[in-house]
Each structure stands twice: as C-alpha cells, then as structure tokens.
Design a protein around this ligand. Structure first.
Ligand code: HEM
Length: 400
C-alpha cells in the first residue's frame, strides 16, 4: 500500500501551476489520481473527487485552516467553526434541513426579475462609455445587492452592509491572521445590524429571508437567534466572493473568446448552458478542502488521519474520460455536469441562487456589450482559495 509520500509532486505555488492550473494538473493526472503538494494531497481523478466529496471519513478542513492561522478561540473562532460549511454529522444535517427550503430552485425563481433589474441599474452609468473595470463597476456590487434584496435589507443600508461583508470575507481565506481585526469589526457591525433586522421582522414579518429564517422549523426544532446570525454571515461569505469572481471569470472568458460571446448575443436562451460551461471551464472555486478524519485505505493509498486532502473539482471538470475536448470552452456543447458547486453533504446551498444570478446577468450584459474585448491586462487574485480577476478592464462598442 502506498502513502501520500509516494504520490507524484505538484507544486501549487510554482509559476507553471499558477499560469494554467488545468494544464499543470493534466500533466500529472495520467500517473496517479492523487498528487502530493506543499500542503497535503490533491485528488485529481474525477471518480475519486466525486466519491470522496460524499465520504464521511473526511471532514471539512475549515476548522484546521482557522487553527493553522493562530485563531484558536474567541467569537470569530466560534462563529467560523460552528458555521454550516465547517460542521459535520448530525449538527450539519440539522442546520441544512432548517435552511434548505429557502434555497430551492422554486424559492429562488421569483427573484429573477429583480436580478435582471439590479444588473441593468449597475450597468446604466457605464453602458454608453464603452469601457470599464468590470469588477469595480458591476461584479463587486451585484451579488451583494441581490443578497440584500433577498434578506430584506433596505436600499439605504446596502453600502454599509457591503462594507461589513467585504471585511468578513477574509474569514475563510488563507489571509485571516493578517485581517483578523477587520473581520472582527465587520462581524460586530453586521451582528448589531442583523439583531435590529430580526427584532423588526418579529414585530412585522415580511416576505424575505430573515423572516423565513425566523420561522424555519423542522418538527419541534428551530434556529436560535445566534444560529440565524451565524447563518446569515455564512450565506454572505459563501455567496458573495464566489459569485463576484465567477462573474468576473465569465466576462474574462467571453472577452477572450469573442465568437462565443457572439453566439450568446444571438441566442440569449443559451445563458444557462453558458453559465455551466463557464463554471466547468474556470470555476471560481477549484477545490473542496477536506481533512482525513480516520485512517483508511483507498484506491491503493493509505490515508492517515489528519492529512489535508484538497478535492480538485477543477481537475474533475477537465477529466478526459467525462468531456470531449475538455480544454475547449464551448457554450454550444451539452456536457456532463461540472463539480464547481461541490457534492455530497456540503453541496453548495446557494447553487440555484448563483445559477439564477448569472443566468439573468449574462443576457443583459451580452445585449449591452457588442464587440466585448479586453482593454488591458486583468490582474488576478492568488490561485489558492476563491479565484478570479481583481481588476478586469473591458471595452465594447456602445449602442449609438
Ligand atoms: C458561483 C458561485 C458559487 C460557487 C462557485 C460556490 C461553490 C461552493 C462550493 C464548492 C461549496 C462546497 C464547499 C465544500 O464542500 O467544502 C459551497 C458551499 C456552500 N455555498 Fe456556495 N458557491 C457559490 C455561490 C453561493 C451562493 C450565492 C450562496 C448563498 C446563498 C452560497 C452558499 C453556500 C453555503 C451556505 C455553502 C455550505 C453548504 C454546506 O456546508 O452545507 N454559495 N459553495
């Protein structure tokens, strides 16, 4: 039986890997389904990624990542390590049951008109100029605006809410230690605000997510106020950074593949397939981080308890056995489902929401931006963690 030490080495941090992760992975995948990296193992095989996402012998690595950065107690620690994305077993099943009804495709459907209108309003100030930094003008604001509408946060408070949320986003990054004060400040502000919102909704229930979370019940069980606070913070940090980066990656891809943009402009009904292909080809999330909870043997390797295993959904999305021409971006081809929303018990709770947000956004953007192209080099976030452009200068031919 082999151990992780016997697996081929893949350096996440090398320039070669950073320039094109799917290509670097491709070079190793034919040798082994498992690679060794500077921080544990990277699972490359599609079948193995799918099976291990659902395997209860692995658990979320979020508590380990938080501990590794020196955050071992206090409110921030407790909030992150008790969040839905970090807990396992019965605690996880319970939380998931209580909130999942608010995120079914049907529950999300009725918010679609609002999404298109929100995107249109963000685009209006730049539409006629023919150029913008897409991240600053649109991607930065769109998911948080949609989430504020869903939660029932009044328009005049959106900017404050967005600022606190941007601070909290660091909680799930590898830079948590250096942003700890900022995260704690954002959490305090957000907690005080959400307390007020909950009190208000108890007095006067509305048709919004805060009211649904207050009312959510399973048999005799319900969420405590603290759990609602925690859930709202989780929804925000799981839903904001991911969607803004995924939308940025979509626009970067289309700006570099003008034929595909023209296909979408000519037939906006292709938007759902375009979203799936963007997410397959370049997911904003490329791995699901797991820790081996108990020693076990799997597919020729002994996996020791405590080992960090990154399940590479990005590698699975380019597996040659599942996709014809996997390295080609093509929104006209019907393909196997991608794994960018993960799988198993932690499958993305907001998948329907994220899909709807992007499916509504792309046709509005395509109509407003004929001749989309890059207007300079984008700058990129570091490849570990949630990935996408930091700045994305684009240009188009505005309607005359
Ligand atoms: C394109 C955008 C998005 C991507 C790529 C994405 C990706 C993911 C992935 C890969 C996971 C699983 C993580 C793991 O197994 O370790 C996840 C979980 C989660 N996502 Fe998303 N997500 C997106 C948007 C959203 C949105 C908009 C929301 C907001 C409602 C959301 C809420 C969540 C929550 C709450 C979890 C944890 C679920 C659980 O642990 O049971 N996500 N997401």
């Amino acid at each position: 039986m082999k151990t992780l030490d016997d697996a081929p080495f893949l350096d996440f941090f090398s320039e070669e890997f950073q320039a094109d992760p799917p290509a670097a992975i491709d070079a190793v995948r034919s040798q082994s389904w498992l690679a060794r990296t500077p921080i544990g193992g990277l699972v490359l095989g599609r079948a193995e990624v799918q099976a291990l996402l659902a395997d209860r012998r692995l658990r979320s690595s979020i508590p380990d990542i938080v501990h590794l950065q020196g955050v071992t107690d206090g409110e921030l620690h407790d909030r992150v390590t008790s969040s839905i994305i970090a807990v396992e077993g019965e605690d996880h099943t319970r939380l998931r049951k209580l909130v999942s009804r608010a995120f079914t495709p049907r529950a999300i459907e009725r918010h679609r008109p609002d999404m298109g209108a929100t995107l249109g309003a963000l685009l209006a100030p730049v539409a006629d100029t023919g150029a913008c930094d897409f991240m600053a003008a649109v991607a930065e604001h769109y998911p948080i605006e949609v989430m504020c509408h869903l939660l029932g946060v009044p328009d005049e408070d959106h900017e404050d809410f967005a600022r606190w949320n941007r601070a909290i986003t660091w909680a799930l990054s590898f830079d948590l230690a250096s942003h700890r004060d900022e995260v704690e400040w954002g959490m305090r502000q957000m907690t005080a605000y959400v307390d007020g919102l909950m009190a208000e909704r108890r007095r006067r229930p509305q048709d919004d997510l805060v009211t649904s979370l207050l009312a959510a019940r399973e048999a005799d069980d319900r969420l405590s106020e603290d759990e609602i606070q925690s859930m709202i913070a989780s929804l925000l940090f799981a839903g904001y950074d991911t969607t803004r980066n995924q939308l940025g990656l979509a626009m970067w891809l289309f700006a570099t593949e003008p034929d595909q943009w023209e296909i979408l402009r000519a037939d906006p009904s292709l938007a759902p397939r375009a979203v799936e292909e963007v997410m397959r080809f370049r997911g904003a999330v490329g791995v699901a981080p797991r820790t081996v909870a108990e020693d076990f043997d799997y597919q020729g390797y002994h996996l020791a308890a405590g080992t960090l295993l990154s399940l590479s959904t990005s590698a699975a999305n380019h597996a040659p056995e599942a996709y014809m021409e996997p390295m080609r971006f093509d929104i006209t081809v019907e393909r196997e489902p991608h794994l960018t929303f993960g799988g198993g018990p932690h499958f993305c709770l907001g998948a329907s929401l994220a899909r709807a947000e992007m499916q509504e956004a792309l046709p509005v953007l395509a109509e407003a931006m004929p001749g989309l192209r890059l207007d300079g080099e984008p700058t990129w976030r570091p490849p570990l963690g949630i990935f996408g452009p930091e700045t994305l200068p684009i240009a188009w031919d505005p309607a005359t």
